[in-house]
Design a binder for this molecule. Structure first.
Ligand code: UDP
Ligand code: MG
Length: 345
């Protein structure tokens, strides 16, 4: 397939720097570090304008913060880059906040980054370079290593990626984060995906185009604590797995097959012993063990199927992914009018 045959590629054989760059930053209780973060962003924006003539805006998505994040972003300076503020009606979660940012981004390319200082703004010019000079469409960053993380977490991560990428055509790169730049056509492709349960890391790989990996060392959080705990991480992992692969279903079937085969052998051996060796059938412990193994496996399989059915249900309900409570766009010239969107449109 030639790229130009696709409607997505029609306007993007050469990366149009003129279209500019929208930086999407989801915020949940990040008020304390925001002023410093914005100052660093503004510095990078000035640099990009001078060196490449690239227009930039930042889209702050306040994901129902309980602190003063919203009040802080509304006062940030729009001198060096336009400031768009999208305030969601409650906390919808990071993936929903990213989608709200993607929907509201007004300029061509889109860059996602966290607002807690872990994704260094200083890396932005490098990502932009790979897009504009290297001609890549999806420039994603990945943790260079996880040496500073506990063993159990590393093991969990390893298992997650192993299951996720089991026999898949589009393996999702290990340790890739949400800090990534999408060219205009890649951002358009992402907007056109219809599903409500978003797992951005996976989708950004799935859309294809020219992908490029940049390794970096995430900075420690500038303030506060992470909003993830082991339970929510397991939740996100299940979310990612079930929206990207049917591997759990297949593994469950394989396990069922293996168990049935073992049971068959076991049954045959009992039959042999009774018929030809005259031994009596062994007692009930073997029966109970067999029953428990089978019962356990069946429950696990029902649970796995339940995950997928739940996903189907939430896609069928087709509720909007988020609601916007307030929306504003400020430029160096002042406040301008721009419509707020909902994910239902
Ligand atoms: N975040 C959000 N909604 C949430 C949780 C987090 O928008 O419900 C934002 C948060 O403000 C930050 C980013 O998502 O900008 C990453 O969150 P966090 O630092 O807690 O995650 P980690 O870096 O530990 O993966
Ligand atoms: Mg963080």
């Amino acid at each position: 397939m030639t790229l130009t045959a696709s409607p997505l590629a029609a306007n993007s054989t050469h990366p149009p720097a003129a279209a500019g760059l929208s930086i999407v930053v989801p915020l949940y209780n990040e008020g304390a570090g925001l002023a410093g973060f914005h100052a660093r962003l503004a510095e990078i924006a000035r640099q990009l304008r001078q060196e490449r003539g690239l227009a930039t805006e930042v889209v702050y998505v306040d994901d129902g913060s309980r602190d003063n994040s919203l009040a802080v972003v509304q006062t940030l300076s729009a001198e060096s880059l336009d400031v768009q503020v999208v305030s969601l009606s409650r906390n919808f979660g990071k993936e929903a906040a990213l989608m709200a940012g993607l929907d509201h981004a007004r300029l061509g390319a889109v860059l996602f980054m966290d607002g807690d200082g872990q994704h260094p703004p200083a890396l932005i010019p490098t990502l932009v370079g790979h897009w504009l000079d290297g001609g890549h469409d999806v420039v994603f960053t990945a943790k260079a290593h996880r040496a500073n993380e506990p063993r159990t977490r590393r093991l969990g991560v390893w298992m997650f990626y192993w299951l996720l990428n089991w026999r898949t055509r589009t393996p999702i790169p290990e340790n890739a984060g949400d800090f990534r730049l999408l060219s205009p056509r890649a951002a358009d492709a992402l907007r056109r995906l219809p599903e409500r349960n978003r797992f951005f890391k996976g989708l950004a790989t799935w859309i294809g185009f020219r992908q490029f990996r940049v390794d970096y060392e995430p900075a420690p959080r500038a303030h506060g604590t992470t909003s993830w705990n082991p339970y929510s991480l397991i939740g996100l992992s299940i979310e990612g797995l079930t929206s990207f692969s049917v591997a759990p279903l297949r593994l469950a079937s394989l396990l069922g097959l293996a168990l049935a085969f073992i049971a068959l052998l076991f049954g045959a051996s009992i039959l042999w012993e009774t018929l030809f060796e005259g031994k009596s059938v062994p007692g009930y412990p073997s029966l109970v063990v067999g029953l428990m193994v089978l019962g356990g496996v069946q429950l696990i399989m029902i649970g796995i199927m339940g995950e997928y059915i739940g996903k189907v249900l939430s896609e069928i309900k087709a509720r909007p992914v988020y609601f916007v409570a307030d929306h504003s766009v400020r430029t160096a010239q002042g406040v301008i009018d721009a419509p707020a969107r909902t994910a239902a449109e």
